[in-house]
Design a binder for this molecule. Sequence first.
Ligand SMILES: Cc1cc2nc3c(=O)[nH]c(=O)nc-3n(C[C@H](O)[C@H](O)[C@H](O)COP(=O)(O)OP(=O)(O)OC[C@H]3O[C@@H](n4cnc5c(N)ncnc54)[C@H](O)[C@@H]3O)c2cc1C
Length: 216
Amino acid sequence: MIVQLIDSMASDLNVVQAAKVSTLGEASLQTGVSEGLIKYLMRERHASPFEHNVFRFYIEAPIFVTREILRHRISSINEESGRYRVLKGEFYYPPQSRPLRQIGKTGDYQFESGEDLWDDTTAALKQSYDLAWANYTELLNKGVAKEVARMLLPVGIYSSMHFTINARSLMNFLSLRTASNAQWEIQQIAGKMEQHFAIDMPITYAAWVEYGRKSI
Ligand SMILES: Cc1cc2nc3c(=O)[nH]c(=O)nc-3n(C[C@H](O)[C@H](O)[C@H](O)COP(=O)(O)OP(=O)(O)OC[C@H]3O[C@@H](n4cnc5c(N)ncnc54)[C@H](O)[C@@H]3O)c2cc1C
């Protein structure tokens, strides 16, 4: 899976300047970074100053992950289309480090390594992927529309998207999607986004961690 930061307009200074306009007006543009103010805003959930920061990511992930990303409405998303292009025959296989065995009940799942299940899991995935891909290309070769042929493809096929999100909404995304109860694959995606957040906005990031990695 790929998470690439294409562009960002993000800094701790943006947060402080946006917050200080309420008391300084035009002089807010000359103000410097204040760790204390950022911590105050985070603690009091005075959230809108964090919205003046934007991250734009390019993501390649299987469709079962892009479907989860798409649920985050406070973002801007464009995804590749199986109606307008022939999809690439690239399918996701869980790495050996990915926990495979699920125990516990709904809402309280635990995952264990399940290394003994890895060969069977990847073999079954390969069998399904190969069959689906053969049927997809056969239908396309017969002249069937892409939007129809794609109906048989599994959610393990890769997709790509541009995902643009402001820092406030990113904190909500990270809070939900780095949590241990989130799908393992989206945890990996969110973890990579979190690294960019920490680099571009180090004081904001530290405050977010200090106050519990919550949505604000
Ligand atoms: C572990 C986990 C399991 C999940 N399981 C399921 C599942 O089984 N089925 C399923 O359908 N979804 C599931 N979801 C998706 C989840 O319900 C959310 O749709 C998703 O996490 C996006 O979160 P969000 O609404 O906070 O984000 P965004 O859509 O980005 O919204 C950000 C914030 O804006 C506000 N907001 C946005 N839209 C509205 C609105 N219409 N009304 C009021 N406030 C709004 C809320 O404060 C929200 O937190 C799951 C998510 C997680 C993390």
